[in-house]
Design a protein. Structure first.
Length: 387
């Protein structure tokens, strides 16, 4: 029989998913490796989806999403993000990941270079490679508050640089870019004539009341910014798989074109659930965000109490722990050892690119007791390793 394509063996599975599977086989494991909310999708969303199914909303929909959902999204973008986007500038996708894949697929040719942050959102480098692109990492260093170094970015530019990827609020750093930084990123993309994919899926999960999320689209004067959002974490709808992209010019239609051979269309029932999320009561959504903010404070206190350096998140549902002072590289072997010996599953820093060395990520999506116990067990394991 024929062999799989040689290139198929080059793609690496996410180390977070390796931990995910191992933790699932470990009874009583403390699950801090993945951003799976401890909350069930709010009941009004589930009820609306069930009623929509009973009413017959179980068939195919448009490639780029239901008009009724896009109308609500247009209102949400105007009210929450202050982005003026018509329904034809919005593309609904099966999760934010599909929106990112579609965007990368239409913006770069094989051999083109893509600027990616590190520590940065996992899977982006593999996604770029899958499409024949070349990842080029720019570092987000703790000493610089996890902000881009534009001198370093300038040095990475070549005649093949085509796309820049930016993520705020940032997974895994928890940093939220203000208007000065966001404007500088858009200006950099403009200066070098790059597309800018702005991942803003945690837009409504700002945990620090002293900061605000600034959309990149505010500073886009010529349509080079593609903004990506998701229902997964904000509304505790990870399994419903609904995301959306906002863009101008030809980009939305090109993204709709790519939906047909990839997925045909987003799930109709999931889109009806998303409509309920947008139109329904805000109290459950606010309560979840407030709980994450409380967990962030607890996580910082727990880390400081056991002598582990941490970086308090301004947004998202994650926090980085720096283990380099304790002699750990935070890599996959360490994470598997921690799971095997202590029953704690974390995301290894190596999954976030070269800038993740020496760090691990803990998820604030778990409940408070799990977070505190997990951090205490990490500290105990580090002490044991030192002897």
């Amino acid at each position: 029989m024929p062999a799989p394509a040689r290139s198929a063996w080059d793609y690496q599975r996410s180390e977070i998913r390796v931990l995910f599977d191992e933790a699932a086989r470990t009874p009583g494991a403390l699950r801090l490796e993945v951003g799976e909310p401890s909350f069930v999708t709010p009941s009004h969303i589930i009820d609306h989806a069930a009623e929509a199914a009973r009413q017959g909303h179980t068939g195919y929909g448009p490639n780029g999403g239901l008009l009724s959902l896009r109308e609500l999204l247009s209102d949400k973008l105007a009210g929450v993000n202050q982005i003026d986007a018509g329904v034809d500038e919005i593309v609904v996708t099966p999760g934010g990941m599909n929106a990112l894949y579609s965007a990368f697929s239409i913006l770069s040719e094989p051999g083109d270079e893509v600027l990616l942050p590190t520590p940065g959102f996992p899977n982006m480098d593999e996604m770029v490679r899958l499409l024949g692109g070349v990842p080029r990492f720019y570092h987000l260093r703790p000493a610089n508050d996890f902000l881009p170094d534009f001198d370093e970015l300038e040095a990475l530019i070549t005649d093949r640089t085509r796309v820049m990827f930016s993520n705020s609020p940032s997974n895994p750093t928890g940093r939220v870019y203000d208007d000065v930084v966001t404007q500088a990123i858009v200006a950099f993309a403009d200066r070098h004539d790059l597309w800018l994919i702005s991942d803003e899926v945690y837009d409504e999960l700002v945990l620090d009341s002293t900061v605000t999320h600034t959309p990149a689209a505010w500073f886009d004067t010529d349509g080079r910014v593609i903004s990506v959002f998701s229902f997964s974490k904000v509304y505790a709808m990870t399994g419903w798989r609904v995301g959306y992209a906002v863009a101008r010019g030809d980009i939305p239609q090109l993204m709709r074109n790519t939906q047909e051979p990839q997925v045909s269309c987003p799930s109709t029932i999931s889109q009806k659930a998303a409509e309920a999320a947008l139109a329904g009561p805000r109290e459950p959504i606010t309560a979840m965000r407030d709980a994450y903010a409380e967990r962030a404070v607890l996580a910082v206190q727990a880390a400081e109490a056991v002598g582990i350096r941490c970086y308090p998140p301004q947004g998202t549902i994650y926090m980085l722990l720096d283990l380099s002072d304790h002699g750990s590289d935070g890599g996959l072997d360490f994470a598997l050892e921690l799971l095997r010996e202590r029953g704690v599953s974390i995301a290894p820093g190596s999954v976030f690119g070269p800038g993740g060395k020496g760090m691990v990520r803990v998820s604030l999506a778990a409940d408070a007791d799990t977070i505190k116990s997990g951090i205490n067990q990490i500290a105990a394991h580090l002490r044991q390793r030192k002897g």
